[in-house]
Each structure stands twice: as structure tokens, then as C-alpha cells.
Design a protein. Sequence first.
Length: 289
Amino acid sequence: MFSYRHGFHAGNHADVLKHITLLSCIKLLHKKETPLMLVDTHAGAGLYDLEDRFAQTSHEANEGILQLAKNPSLLSANADIHEYFQIILGLQSFGDIKIYPGSPYLLWQSMRVLDKLRLMELHPSDFPVLKENIEQLKIKRQDIKLDMIDGFGMLKAYLPPPSRRGLILIDPSYEDKGDYRAVLNAVEEAIKRFATGVYLIWYPVLTRLDAKEFPSRLKKLCQELNLSWLKAELRIKPLVEDGLSASGMWIINPPWQLKESLESSLPLLQTILQINASGSYSIESSSTT
């Protein structure tokens, strides 16, 4: 499992979908002043250099954030995409995009003084980098905790949050096929402790059976537990056996108006990111099925 490094994939189309959805959720949840706990079970390194050997090996950012950057005039048409892109621009020393923020940075950037941030990362190489990055960002009075631990097992220890309001991001690599079952188990355990939490689950859209069945298994879990849900998927090119052409976000207890936000942002993302006009998107929710 330690062979996986998110640096190879930083800033790709899956990150774009995941991070715009994440920021949209937080913005909607922040309409209430009650403190919010933000949890990331697979935090990674926090910040990524798009010119290092990992990113330069895969060049996946070319199909994600760097493609968005080629179309700045289009981004202002959607507030969520524009705000996400402005955060990324704020990290650059010069005009070109060379640094990409992982979800820990975006969570930190979004948190208010009254919010809490909990970050978990097991990888022995990524955790020290994450810790250094967060220490450089951390300011007085911010309640931030980092754990070098398996996020699946640690998640329930933080639930329920004292304020009874929380957003939990679960986005393992899924290179270990056991991650699909681990996500379902972790969510089921978490729901027992904190049924009203907002759970964001990222997943790859692949041709192999366990990946193809995963959304149906999430839907079944939500139906069994009587939970509202929203599914959003974005494909930029035809599915192939190797490589990632599409990914999805499964949101349990989606904030009010999130569906409308994604119905506005996903068509624009498809337009900008699709290759040879072969992209597509889909949005489905428990309220429409």
C-alpha cells in the first residue's frame, strides 16, 4: 500500500472534481455559525509540486488544473469553480501554476476560527511532509490535529464532534482492492456514532468489477440506513482498462443546494476538461430516485 503516492496524480481531473465539491459543501455548511469539524481520513502531503519527479512522471495535471488554467475567461462563469481557482492562484509565486493544494490545505483555507480540523495520513513518507506543511500554515487559536494512523480505523474516535456538525472526506487510493470494503465499513461505523454528519466519498470510475459495483453498494447502504445521498460523476474521455478517465463523489447527507451547485459547475467542467468532445457528467440523488 505504501507504493502509492498522490503526487503522481495531484491536480488531475479527479482532484478538480473532488476539491470543487469539497469547497462547495463547506461553503454551504458555513451558512450556519455553529462550529464545524472538518475531517480528512487520507490527507496525503497537503501540498504538491507539479514540477517534481512524481507529477512530471504522470503529467496528469495537464488533464486537470492546467487545462482549467488555459481557460481563465470561462471560469468566472461559475462562482464555485472561480473561487477554487483563485485559491490555487494564491499559492503561486508567479503566474504559472506550479503548486497544487491537496484537501488538507483546502480544508485549512476554508476553516473558521471556531472550526476544528482533523487530518489522518498513514504513509511514512507523506506524513512528515504533511506535518511540516501544516505547521507552516497554522496560526494561533486554530484547532488542528494530525495523526499518523489508518484513517479508516481512527475516524470513529473523532465522532460525534462536540458541536454535532461535521464534514468527513474519505478518499483512499483504492489501489488496494480492500479499500472498497474498508470505506463501507468505516462509513457504517461512523454513521452509528454520527448519523447527521456530511460524508464525502471519492471513488474512481473503472472497468473492473469491484469499482463498477461500488456506487450501488453505497446506495444500498444509504437506503438501509435511511440516509439522503447525492452522486456526481465526471468523465473526460472514454473509459479504458488502464488509467483514470472518470471519477465520482458520493455525498451522504448532502447540504441543501449542493445539487444545484453541482448542476451548475459540472457542465462547465465537462466543457473545459473533456478530450475530443468525449466527456460526460451525471448527477443523481435520493430525492429524485
